[in-house]
Design a protein around this ligand. Sequence first.
Ligand code: 6PG
Length: 243
Amino acid sequence: MTTSTEVRISTKPKKVYKSVAREIFNLTHDSPQPRFDIVLSGGSTPKKLYEKLGKEYNELIPWQRVHFWWGDERCVSPDDENSNFKMAKDALFSCISIPEENIHRIKGENNLEKEADRYTEEIKKNLNYRGENPVFDLVLLGLGEDGHTASIFPDQLELFGEKRICAVTKHPLTGQKRVTLTGTVLNNANRVFFVVTGLSKSMRVSEIMNNDEAAKLLPAYYIELKNGSLIWFLDEAAASRIK
Ligand code: 6PG
């Protein structure tokens, strides 16, 4: 059961990124933990957060102890503008000194079914387990306007009861294929931070926060940690419809 759920509302997006960056600093800087496995989200929202981490925390966070993974990737090459890896590389990795072996990207340029298997093996080899599933220390998630998170879309809710670690999905509108971590693994994390900004997300946020019937169609509603803490980092616009 999610041990705690918190909603932190900041006036504007840049304050949201400040708050999340601070939390990541507190998590990594003060802890004796030898290693942190952090899952990055893609899309456009987290880019400014990664830039802030790269510019303001490049000397402050013990990057040699941080391993980066992805919640999902698009079926594109790592230098493609649509690549979640490229976004994080340009915004964050280009500003910090981190061992290359600490960056565990999803190879979107490969056959995705084979890549889902390969990424699963890489996770199994590297991560601790709780019960039958690997445990990430922190998972960053975004929220799509259709309520999707990672690349789990509304017609793929079965991925929350899934035994697999990774799955291949398809964007319902664009048909673009993706590799995504399954809901089972996301819900086994020690911490999940939703980073959500803007009015366009406010309806889905309110459906989930107000526990509306409509929320039951939304993948993000099923982020329910088995044994961890969940924080929603929202700006006022995204939170504007919460009752
Ligand atoms: C992706 C993401 C996805 C994203 C949402 C929100 O690869 O697209 O991982 O889950 O977080 O689509 O995207 P925006 O931040 O661009 O609104």
